[in-house]
Design a protein around this ligand. Structure first.
Ligand code: URA
Length: 429
């Protein structure tokens, strides 16, 4: 077949800071999906984008071309409005688990397509797979039926959803081109727009445990994604939230499910509750139900009821005890004083090394592995008291997990004033 463009010319243009035309972008994404643009050519183009960036017009077209590379779901015929949330990923970020049933309990359907974890951040599907029998793969008609019946679905994105992004994301992962703002924004938003949600809230994490370490970068990413969503007809807002320390008191799959169930039962750590309610407020407002009583839905057990129905609808048994690690190891406070820092990245790497995460896409994860926090920054500690408990099935993993935590926490003299970091830093609409 006669091709309209040559990949080498497009790579050369991006290398030389020449803005790509709509037709070039459409062709290169389509050509990559068809296999006409080779992996090494797309690698070179991704690196040129990484180094030279993209204009807002290029990002919008690139996103649109990735959406058009596959199927676009449509839930407009459902009897309730839809809303979804996407987090850019962090340590202990289990918010999806209590959030989705809570929002569904308030009459808003949530069609959440999630992923698995890679590196030090966990993945929602990995967490849910620690529940006996739960399955992530649903057909389109199963997803629609569950949305109509239960109002909440968390499942894996099928191969037909933005297939260009699926290939490009895997390629970026092995070519040092993940942390590029245009590529992250277009990757996330192509999937969320193709998913067919009516409104969307983005949780853009900032700090050591997030992909965006600096506030300015996170703000730019949030603004770019909000613009992409809004221009595509999806009501989109973003919260910038802190990821300098882990969310809640657990990082690891089954540990995080347990903590999420505590939140649904009316308990749980204050930061997890605060962020769940803040994101839920945005979701119900985006779906046109701003007056929904979220705190009531948590307190009176309606959200828990949706959780159980959602887990059962996907083959899971919420009454079966979650897996527990065969081995534990406590990390003790080395001195009296105040814990002023507990670094999210250090805890994330420790949980990963204990077996909670994977280094390659095809690696299995250990459901019971992870890190449990006994204290959060701002707490007073006594020498010898436990700061953290490490959980794993294979004790030879402890040494490298402990190494990851070296320098990851700071105990200052009692009475010190730790820097106050608000959990919710800003809102972008
Ligand atoms: N998540 C995605 O889906 N894509 C990215 O590029 C980064 C995070």
């Amino acid at each position: 077949m006669n091709e309209a463009f040559d990949a080498v010319d497009i790579i050369g243009a991006k290398r030389d800071h020449v803005e790509l035309t709509d037709a070039q972008i459409d062709w290169v994404i389509d050509g990559y999906t068809r296999g006409v643009v080779a992996e090494e050519q797309m690698s070179a183009l991704a690196m040129a984008v990484y180094l030279n960036g993209m204009t807002p017009g290029e990002i919008a077209r690139w996103t649109d071309a990735m959406i058009r590379s596959g199927q676009r779901l449509d839930f407009s015929g459902l009897s309730r409005p839809t809303s979804d949330k996407h987090s850019t990923g962090g340590v202990g970020d289990k918010i999806t688990l209590p959030l989705v049933p809570l929002v569904a309990a308030c009459g808003v359907a949530v069609p959440q397509l999630s992923g698995r974890g890679l590196g030090h951040t966990g993945g929602t599907l990995d967490k849910l797979e620690s529940i006996a029998g739960w399955r992530a793969d649903l057909t389109g008609s199963e997803m629609r039926a569950q949305l109509e019946d239960v109002g909440a679905v968390i499942c894996a994105a099928g191969a037909s959803l933005a297939p260009a992004d699926r290939r490009l994301y895997a390629l970026r992962d092995v070519t040092g081109t993940v942390s590029s703002l245009p590529l992250i924004a277009s990757s996330i938003m192509s999937k969320k727009i193709a998913e067919g949600t009516g409104s969307l809230v983005l949780d853009v994490k900032i700090g050591s445990g997030a992909c965006m370490k600096e506030l300015d970068q996170g703000r730019e990413l949030a603004e770019t994604m909000v613009r992409l969503g809004t221009d595509a007809g999806v009501r989109t807002v973003a919260l910038l939230t802190d990821m300098q320390t882990p969310l809640g008191l657990t990082a690891g799959n089954a540990l995080e499910v347990r903590e999420s169930v505590e939140v649904l039962a009316g308990g749980g750590p204050p930061d997890v509750i605060e962020l769940t309610l803040a994101l839920a407020r945005e979701m119900v407002a985006g779906a046109g139900r701003p007056d929904a009583d979220l705190a009531d839905a948590l307190a009176d057990g309606r959200a828990m009821d949706v959780w159980r129905r959602m887990v059962r609808a996907q083959g899971g048994d919420p009454t079966v005890p979650l897996p527990e690690a065969r081995e534990t190891h406590q990390v003790l406070a080395p001195a009296d004083g105040m814990l002023i820092e507990l670094d999210a990245y250090a805890v994330g790497v420790a949980a990963w090394r204990l077996g909670a995460g994977r280094a390659r896409k095809e690696d299995p994860v250990l459901a019971a592995a992870g890190v449990q926090l006994h204290v959060k920054p701002g707490a007073t500690v006594r020498r010898g008291e436990p700061l953290l408990t490490l959980h794993t099935d294979t004790p030879d993993r402890f040494e490298r997990a402990i190494e990851a935590l070296d320098g990851g926490y700071t105990i200052a003299p009692e009475g010190s004033n730790p820097a106050h970091r608000p959990l919710i830093i800003d809102r972008i609409a």
